[in-house]
Design a protein around this ligand. Structure first.
Ligand code: FAD
Ligand code: NAI
Length: 469
């Protein structure tokens, strides 16, 4: 008998696997098709391997300062193989966990490349076989892949993307040029700098992290420079070539003309594009929005029974966004309203200190002419930061001047990524800064800075010098 499912999910990244489990929980007979490893980009080539490597490199960098805490050691060193082994073990453990969750929820896992032949028929090909499966609905969660710009010499050996950098087992370049000062560029620059390599960043815009507010991107640039990085902005790479000793020579245009620099490796991190490779059969096509699959507000493509979510559609390329969209799409296909606020998106950068942003940023609010009140607390006054030798930073909260409701926050401090959830709830639930200040936060914690920042909106922060009147 022909196999038939209520839902076939294509891709098992954070969008696809979460949607598949949600669908199974809602009673849909569900299968998920994956042509690589379960877990997608995030688990295998993205969020998890970067943060695992950065955990090691951060501790290695911090260990160099231990004598300041009265802890003495000799002969600090690292073992790259062990660091890589641990990263692989972490990824493997989470992958096994994800697989078990899919199986125990009754989701059928199919290994192979999925091609949509028509609205209800999927072809699945792997090394052993080609099979056809029928389905009522399809959810495309095929993710994204790195963009390779058309620079001369871009295919040279040791010119790599994050995919290769994260899978290298025994290679750590002593010098690395990074083309693109976005999130990947900055996180991997931090990893390389903490491990002791020389890093040079070449960014096309007038500052690194151009999507962040200026204060944050300038502070991160300053911290990277303190660690030894060189940063070139408004710069354009025109040519890459290899010298006889395998060094890469990178020629770029900057304000003062053509320059060149060299390194053992070049990381290309200039963004990611939707992945629709091999997705559509010869007689099938969906409406596109540039390289992305076009969807309506219910995540339906130009075919009503085919949905798309995550990096393959236009929008923020974040794991938690893909997961939230996956849940919402499954709810919508079951005629339920989405249970998650899809428009309030926290985003994080795992530098030291960390950055977490949610809602409206101050610059953006001012540029839009919104009447706002801002409260800000510098972390140098926060006890937990002082006792744990934390870095400079701040917590900033933006509220609507008329209603007092919190509309945005920027956290630039230790554990910012773990704290931003509290402000996300505040925005989603329409809480005012009085509401946010009205709970007791434990002492000593980084979170106390949130109390101080919201109190500062009316100049009432206890642990802040009074504002000049
Ligand atoms: P993906 O995770 O890309 O998964 C898509 C899956 O579909 C892949 O496994 C692919 O093999 C499979 N597939 C594609 N086509 C087919 C087909 N035809 N048949 C079968 N299978 C198919 N986001 C964060 O939120 N936090 C982070 O810290 C973070 N760090 C990152 C670090 C790096 C280096 C990178 C590259 C990305 C990072 N991201 C991070 C972004 C995050 O990884 C993506 O936003 C997220 O993985 C997108 O999820 P997705 O489910 O849409 O697609
Ligand atoms: P990005 O869009 O964040 O940054 C790309 C950078 O490259 C931009 O600053 C851009 O101005 C610059 N650029 C583009 N073309 C260039 C060129 N030819 N020369 C020099 N600079 C150029 O993309 P990135 O860093 O590749 O990351 C992709 C996505 O992955 C991010 O948008 C993010 O959503 C996700 N991600 C999230 C992380 C997190 O949440 N912590 C970590 C890493 C990635």
């Amino acid at each position: 008998m022909q196999e038939r499912y209520d839902l076939i999910v294509i891709g098992s990244g954070p969008g696809g696997y979460v949607a598949a489990i949600k669908a199974a929980k809602m009673g849909m007979k569900t299968a998920i098709v994956e042509n690589r490893e379960i877990g997608g980009t995030c688990l295998n080539r993205g969020c998890i391997p970067t943060k695992t490597l950065m955990y090691s490199s951060h501790l290695y960098a911090k260990a160099k300062e231990l004598h300041e805490l009265g802890i003495n050691y000799t002969g600090l060193s690292y073992d790259l193989n062990k660091i890589q082994d641990r990263k692989d073990q972490v990824v493997d453990k989470i992958r096994q966990g994800t697989k078990s969750l899919l199986e125990s929820n009754g989701v059928t896992i199919m290994q192979g490349r999925a091609t949509i032949m028509d609205t209800h028929r999927i072809r699945i090909q792997n090394q052993e076989e080609v099979r056809f499966v029928d389905t009522d609905k399809v959810l495309i969660a095929s993710g994204s892949k790195p963009i390779l710009p058309g620079i001369e010499g871009i295919t040279s050996k040791n010119v790599i993307t994050s995919d290769e950098l994260l899978s290298q087992r025994d290679q750590l370049y002593s010098s690395l040029i990074i083309i693109g000062g976005g999130v990947i560029g900055i996180e991997l620059a931090t990893y390389y700098l903490d491990m002791g390599s020389k890093v040079e960043i070449i960014e096309a815009m007038d500052r690194i992290l151009p999507n962040m507010e200026r204060e944050v991107s300038q502070s991160i640039a300053m911290n990277l420079k303190k660690k030894g990085a060189s940063i070139h902005t408004k710069a354009k790479v025109v040519k890459i070539s290899e010298s006889l000793d395998n060094t890469l020579i990178c020629e770029y245009e900057e304000k003062n003309g053509l320059k060149s620099t060299f390194a053992e490796g070049i990381l290309v991190a200039v963004g990611r594009q939707a992945n629709t490779e091999g997705l559509f059969g010869p007689d099938f096509q969906l409406a596109m929005e540039g390289a992305h699959i076009k969807v309506n507000e219910k995540f339906q493509t130009s075919e009503a029974n085919i949905y798309a979510i995550g990096d393959v559609i236009k929008g923020r390329q974040l794991a938690h966004v893909a997961s939230a969209q996956g849940i919402a799409a499954v709810e919508l296909m079951n005629n339920q309203s989405p249970s998650i606020h899809l428009d309030i998106i926290p985003s994080c950068i795992y530098t030291s200190p960390e950055v977490a942003v949610v809602g409206m940023q101050e610059e953006e609010a001012k540029a839009n002419g919104l009447a706002i009140k801002v409260g800000k607390y510098p972390m140098l006054g926060n006890s937990k930061t002082i006792l744990s030798t934390g870095e400079r930073g701040f917590v900033k909260v933006i509220s609507d001047a008329e209603t007092g409701r919190i509309i945005g926050a920027t956290l630039f401090c230790e554990r910012a990524t773990d704290m931003v959830g509290e402000l996300t709830i505040a925005i989603a639930k329409g809480l005012t800064y009085h509401d946010t200040a009205s709970v007791i936060r434990p002492h000593p914690t980084y979170e106390e800075a949130i109390t101080e920042a919201v109190e500062d909106i009316e100049g009432m922060a206890i642990h802040l010098m009074p504002r000049k009147r």
